[in-house]
Design a protein around this ligand. Structure first.
Ligand code: PMP
Length: 777
């Protein structure tokens, strides 16, 4: 049956009788335009007004159900959507069968009093700006809403827009118009499409055209957004782009209109840089889709004026847009979204800092001379309160990128579905444990889940104690493992630093294998043996005291210690000595796990060893509080001594889905290999800078885990903390974030989110070059 035959065609009398019997209302009908449905204004006898909608026969009932559910959800967050009238027996829809025996869904929704934007006499920038806000409120209300029927192949969905233009463009009879539409679509394919890969997706209205936007009769504000018939799971940014496509029709300055709309939307619901860059192209695409759909439908229904309603202004507007380079449109959107900056923003930043000081403990420190006041993040970028984009070369927690859409979507979806603990059987926990265990060599196969790496290290200590019956633990100088009492005891960086009280008797601190400044250096072929001997000395001391060794706990690449790589044979010697004394080996891979080093997934793989217990945190959840301990089955069994292990949030369903999403993104985006390639470029560039700046004493690390050690005197290797701080602040002014670390605070720490790419690397190298030059004394 053709689309045309499925279009409802009831007589008003028939419908009025139906309304009387089904809704208990009598009144009068007035036909309204519609592309596929049959719509009427229903004025009931007491004067109330409604819209009576008879759905197209091909409409999936699920789509209408989804509309009702969506309207119910957004009614709470926005005042601009219609409400649904129920039948006398309380149902939101009714069924009416045509004389041909075809059933059509019928519903009645409230009439939104006002004027369609298309015929508003006062349509100006203020009104368009309010449309942006209203749409953003609607989209914010739809966030997280989903329905299977809305994941559909709708021709109006912009995610299939280019295919639709390709398919139906031949239906445009006018050669010039057709070639303009095709030319515009080519531009979108080239300039907009590649940037859309990571654009957020959710259910959107999908058709904020100027007939579906109802405005106040005299004031510049939107009072209603109607017709949810094109709701679809699509790019979020589609809604603002679609509204823009109609708002710019016949505008003397289309880009001003677009800017006013985006500014309103963005203020209510910030769009990300990639999404902002797509708005203009998607607006153009919607115009193309509108043109081809009108042509295609005109072939079927040549006499239907509604189908052509936007076509004349569209034909006038398209050439105007084609005259201008795409970049102008993108720039207009970016400018519109830029939050005004300077004095007010600075004042706001200092207010935020004061509020923080008043109500959070003063031992929490802030980085930089002028603190960074952040509003948003996306992949390797952060956005300051003034809208400035900062390149993040420092934060390793957002491993696959700040707010990576796949990870955020996984979290939101599971949070909506079920958030519960490990006392119930849920798919997420075993699925994640299996996936995580698969990243390890045998016999590491048993996982425990926690909320922070501190907790994971705590559990690792308990596991080690259960497995060995001992308590003595050997750690490394300048190490950090967590903030609890026992872990401060195990963290030389804390207990030997300001406010620290030294190591307790059950903790032995071995030498940090620092091949640059330590007692045994890179030029000493026996350096690894000497450092390993420092651990053996502790083993001997414990033995001499009549006790046994519990554990060796160390980062496989000491990070707080200054981004060091352990010498080649060090760990194998240490592990052998510790195990010979009955102890277990705990690898704190919190900083280095998940492919950061490029050539390996975990740092211990470099050393030909397999730890007994591995501790994971930070990058594992991409910013979601997740951590894990992975161990051998015998150790897990020894721990199972009758005392139940339970962490309320550890291993909860949401965290497990997040963890799975991180692993999936790592795999599908090939981020480990990417880290290797970008890291090699950075290392090469840094080595070249070291040749030109004697203050760069050492460059070390691999993949996207790098350290640059700054010294005042290359021969004496005098640490230069002041220069490191100055360089870090200079880079911040150049909109790049790095960190400083090491016992002497003189190591520049480069540890970006993994999507950090070669362009970013080149930018960082240039900026570092300039910062080194500018800080030369
Ligand atoms: N281990 C290492 C190596 C770390 O770097 C950290 C955090 N800096 C921790 C453990 C503790 O992690 P969290 O703050 O998530 O508890």
């Amino acid at each position: 049956m053709s689309q045309l035959e499925l279009t409802p065609n009831f007589e008003p009398d028939e419908l009025l009788a139906f309304v009387q019997s089904t809704y208990g209302l009598s009144g009068a009908l007035e036909a309204l335009p519609s592309e596929r449905d049959q719509n009427f204004r229903l004025t009931v006898d007491d004067g109330r007004r409604f819209v009576l909608k008879v759905a197209h026969g091909g409409e999936a009932p699920g789509v209408i159900e989804a509309q009702h559910q969506a309207l119910a959800q957004i009614a709470e967050s926005t005042r601009v959507v219609p409400s649904v009238l129920t039948t006398v027996d309380g149902r939101p829809t009714a069924m009416l069968t045509s004389t041909e025996g075809l059933p059509h869904l019928v519903r009645i929704v409230s009439w939104v009093e006002g004027t369609p934007l298309a015929s508003a006499p006062h349509a100006g920038l203020a009104l368009v700006n309010d449309l942006g806000r209203s749409l953003a409120q609607l989209d914010a209300g739809l966030a997280g809403f989903d329905h299977p029927a809305l994941r559909r192949g709708l021709d109006w969905d912009l995610t299939v827009g280019l295919e639709v233009v390709d398919r139906y463009a031949p239906a445009i009879a006018d050669d010039e118009h057709r070639s303009q539409v095709q030319g515009m679509a080519r531009r979108v394919r080239r300039q907009t499409w590649p940037g859309l890969q990571r654009a957020r997706r959710q259910v959107i209205h999908g058709d904020a055209n100027d007939h579906n936007v109802i405005v106040h009769p005299t004031e510049p504000r939107v009072v209603g957004l109607i017709d949810f018939g094109d709701m679809v799971h699509s790019w979020l940014v589609g809604d603002v782009a679609i509204a823009a496509a109609y708002a710019v029709l016949d505008a003397s300055e289309p880009l001003d209109v677009l800017a006013a709309l985006v500014a309103g939307y963005h203020e209510e619901m910030p769009l990300r840089a990639d999404e902002l860059d797509a708005v203009y192209g998607l607006m153009c695409l919607r115009l193309c889709v509108s043109a081809v759909m009108a042509a295609q439908q005109a072939q079927q229904r040549p006499d239907d004026p509604y189908l052509q309603v936007s076509q004349a202004p569209l034909r006038r507007t398209l050439p105007k847009l084609l005259e201008r380079p795409d970049g102008l449109g993108r720039q207009a959107v970016r400018d519109a979204a830029a939050i005004p900056w300077s004095a007010p923003v600075l004042a706001e930043t200092s207010r935020v800092a004061q509020r923080r000081e008043a109500h959070v403990g003063s031992s929490l420190s802030l980085g930089y001379e002028r603190p960074v006041h952040l509003r948003r993040g996306f992949l390797q970028y952060l956005f300051d309160a003034d809208g400035t984009r900062l390149l993040d070369a420092y934060n390793n927690v957002p491993h696959v990128g700040h707010c990576h859409p796949a990870v955020v979507d996984a979290a939101v979806a599971q949070q909506r579905r079920l958030a519960t603990n490990t006392r119930y059987l849920c798919d997420a926990l075993p699925a994640y444990a299996e996936a995580l265990a698969a990243t390890f060599p045998e016999p590491l196969s048993v996982c425990f889940f926690l909320n922070s790496a501190t907790e994971a290290n705590e559990l690792a200590l308990r596991l080690a104690r259960a497995a060995t019956g001992q308590r003595d633990t050997i750690v490394l100088e300048a190490g950090y493992h967590g903030h609890t009492t026992s872990l401060v005891d195990c963290s030389h960086y804390k207990h030997a630093g300001p406010g620290g009280q030294g190591a307790p008797d059950w903790v032995g601190v071995a030498l940090l294998p620092d091949l640059y400044r330590g007692p045994f250096r890179a030029d000493d072929p026996a350096a690894a043996d000497h450092y390993a001997a420092s651990v053996s000395d502790h083993v001997a001391r414990i033995d001499a005291a009549g006790r046994g060794v519990c554990a060796f706990l160390a980062e496989t690449c000491p990070s707080v210690g200054g981004q060091h790589e352990l010498p080649a044979t060090y760990l194998s010697q240490v592990y052998a000595a510790v195990r010979a004394a009955g102890g277990v080996c705990i690898a704190d891979e919190v900083q280095t796990g998940f492919g950061r080093l490029g050539d390996v997934f975990y740092a211990f793989e470099h050393h030909g060893v397999v730890p007994d217990i591995v501790v994971l945190g930070k990058p594992i959840g991409n910013g979601h509080p997740l951590a894990a301990v992975v161990t051998r089955p015998e150790i897990a069994r020894a721990f199972d001594n009758g005392m139940e292990f339970f962490s309320t949030f550890g291993g909860n369903t949401v965290s497990c889905e997040v963890g799975l999403a991180v692993l999936e993104v790592l795999r599908t985006e090939g981020l480990q290999a990417h880290a290797q390639a970008v890291g090699a470029q950075l290392l090469g560039g840094l080595a070249e800078l070291a040749e030109r700046y004697p203050a760069i004493g050492d460059v070390r690390g691999r993949g996207l885990f790098l350290g640059v050690e700054l010294v005042a005197d290359r021969e004496a290797r005098t640490p230069d903390a002041a220069r490191a701080a100055a360089v870090s602040n200079a880079l911040r002014r150049a909109q790049i974030l790095i960190g400083t670390d090491g016992p002497d605070h003189n190591v520049l720490k480069i540890r970006p989110p993994m999507p950090f790419d070669k362009t970013d690397a080149a930018l960082l190298l240039t900026a570092l070059d300039e910062a080194m030059a500018a800080t030369r004394s």
